[in-house]
Design a binder for this molecule. Sequence first.
Ligand code: UFG
Length: 320
Amino acid sequence: MKLLVTGGAGYVGSVCAAHLVTAGHDVTVLDDLSTGHPDAVPEGAQFVKGDLTEAAADVLAEGFDGVLHFAARSLVSESVQRPELYWSGNVVASLRLLEAMRLHGTPRLVFSSTAATYGEPEQVPIREDAPTRPTNPYGASKLAIDHMIGSYAVAHGLAATSLRYFNVAGAHGRFGERHTVETHLIPIVLQVAAGTRESVQIFGDDWPTADGTCVRDYIHVDDLAAAHVLALDHSETGRHAVYNLGSGTGFSVREVIEACRAVTGHPIPAVVAPRRGGDPAVLIASSEAMIGELGWRPERTDLATIVGDAWRFTREHQGV
Ligand code: UFG
């Protein structure tokens, strides 16, 4: 298929673009490089520098079979402080993209949604029919886009899938996580091992969990990318499917740090700090729908593999 990957110079977008090229698709990456990196565009993909509001319509005019939409702002704390960036950069820009797709008859969409659409869960593992009560503008903006996509499927026959990711981690070859402002646990812990940070803060050790630290469901970015390829292949005209994507196992912050110590051989000093605002205690996905309906099989679910791949990437990029 001829596919447009928005945000394909970012972390998840670049890994998915690489998987799509490997699967034999004709891939064009559209990215404004506001947070992405030009060298993250995989070999074999075309690259267009531009943003969704201006460039998407021109690119789609060439005629595409589908769009994988990753371009977004994705920092929870930034979304609380500057919500306008999220309503504009996520919601308005996605509306422009949907309109460009409608104008040019692009039939398929796979959208990068998030567990943050659910907010504080009543039950874990979280299924797709759980209440959606986002606790920050980031999650609310992604939920609004999910609703837009659903209405386009009904009204305009779009074949669409929203994939709600839990905690994405790991790397794929030379494609991995490198944010200018890093907020995610595993890359921060590995920065300590790499010597670019002195210690990691544990945001609270008095949570109602076994060791008092927050529990998250870490999904390897390769398993996530494989899910996108499946979602594209199974999309149906006029249907908006929503799937959660996690490994189904929870690991605490302390367990993650311990796994990083084992993989890197570094003592990784950790200090307990106050809780971070907006963190739920436990987030674990039920991915039963994705597994049962699309035959998805996550293969890299153990923490040592996930951290090991992230560590190899960190060493290559930081010259450790
Ligand atoms: N944490 C620390 N110290 C740090 C960084 C993180 O203790 O320096 C803790 C957090 O408090 C949290 C856990 O590690 O308990 C994981 O934090 P991340 O920032 O890595 O990930 P989040 O669970 O906050 O966020 C992820 C995605 C978001 C998404 C959210 C859904 O990255 O995009 O899940 O709630 F919105």
